[in-house]
Design a protein around this ligand. Structure first.
Ligand code: C2E
Ligand code: MG
Ligand code: MG
Ligand code: MG
Length: 282
């Protein structure tokens, strides 16, 4: 039991800090249990060709249902990372998402899957083997599965990160750079990394709205120069879609097209899209 100590001592008992730590420990404990009990869920958000409306990819996003509602991943992913749970969590999400892809590809044969990887997972020695096994178990070509990594990649041990990325690519998994434009991008490193696609962070759309198109234009042209595709994240309005198309953006993801959906609802959404496209061809 903590004792109150002399004022000014570095060991002064801080009830507020104590509460924060025990709250944090409770969340960590609950998350550990939820992973073990397979209570996490995978939701899927489509990425579309905004010109035609055709869905091309889906991004798998982790969800944690709790008694009081869904705990946001921006809250529990960092906790999983700090508590050493991200490897297990990440592989479980990847396994679920990969196992669900064959059914989705029966609806739409060329659909591909994006999985978010924490940079910490790159340090996991058997990462490539586990992912490859999951793809093989689902009888999927590795090319159907893409890994999203954030720019914080560049803040880590460069050689080790680069080697692991190259192993992923050699196995057939393409690398997409998530939240692009917000982090540590050094253009020199970007060019050295085996990245096929930039996912432009949605914060730049707020600027677009304010009439400032410069960064959006710059990222689209950087993609062209480096021969990388650009996916625009967070598209919410027709006006944004229209302007982005005019600026040369085609791959888009956002609430305008669809929010992240649980698997059955994604399948219904895909079925609707397929109907629309075949009707428009009549
Ligand atoms: P992210 O990978 O950049 O995912 C995109 C986030 O933007 C998702 O938030 C998505 O729901 C949200 N979003 C999509 N369209 C719109 C839009 O039009 N407007 C707005 N305001 N938001 C939109 P979500 O699902 O809450 O995930 C947050 C972050 O948590 C993800 O950002 C990703 O970094 C992380 N995350 C989620 N699932 C996983 C996972 O399985 N593994 C890892 N390592 N990270 C994950
Ligand atoms: Mg992502
Ligand atoms: Mg993103
Ligand atoms: Mg983001």
């Amino acid at each position: 039991q903590a004792k109150r100590q002399r004022k000014g001592s570095s060991h002064t008992f801080d009830p507020c800090l104590h509460q924060a730590i025990s709250h944090r420990l409770r969340i960590e404990q609950a998350l550990r249990q939820a992973i073990k009990d397979e209570e996490l869920e995978v939701w899927y958000q489509p990425i579309v060709d905004a010109q035609t409306g055709q869905p091309l990819m889906v991004e798998a996003l982790a969800r944690w249902p709790r008694a009081e509602g869904y705990c946001p991943p921006t809250e529990f992913i960092p906790i999983a990372e700090e508590a050493g749970l991200i490897g297990e969590l990440g592989m479980w999400i990847a396994g679920q998402a990969i196992a669900s892809l064959p059914a989705l590809r029966r609806q739409l044969p060329n659909l591909t899957l994006n999985i978010n990887l924490s940079v910490l997972q790159l340090l996991q020695e058997d990462l490539v083997e586990v992912l490859s096994q999951q793809a093989d178990d689902a009888a999927l070509p590795r090319e159907a599965i893409h890994m999203e990594l954030t720019e914080s990649l560049f803040a880590n041990d460069h050689d080790k990160v680069k080697r692991q990325l190259e192993r992923l690519v050699a196995a057939g998994f393409a690398i997409h750079l998530d939240d692009f434009g917000t982090g540590y991008s050094s253009l020199a490193r970007l060019q050295e990394m085996p990245v096929t696609t930039l996912k432009m962070d949605r914060c730049f759309l707020a600027r677009l709205e304010q009439g400032d198109e410069r960064i959006v234009r710059a990222i689209l042209s950087l993609g062209q120069t480096l021969q990388m595709a650009v996916i625009i994240e967070g598209v919410e309005t027709q006006a944004q879609r229209q302007r982005l198309l005019e600026l040369g953006g085609t791959l888009m993801q956002g609430y305008l097209f669809s929010p992240p959906l649980p698997l059955p609802r994604l399948q219904a959404w895909l079925a609707g899209k397929i109907m629309e496209t075949s009707e428009s061809k009549l």
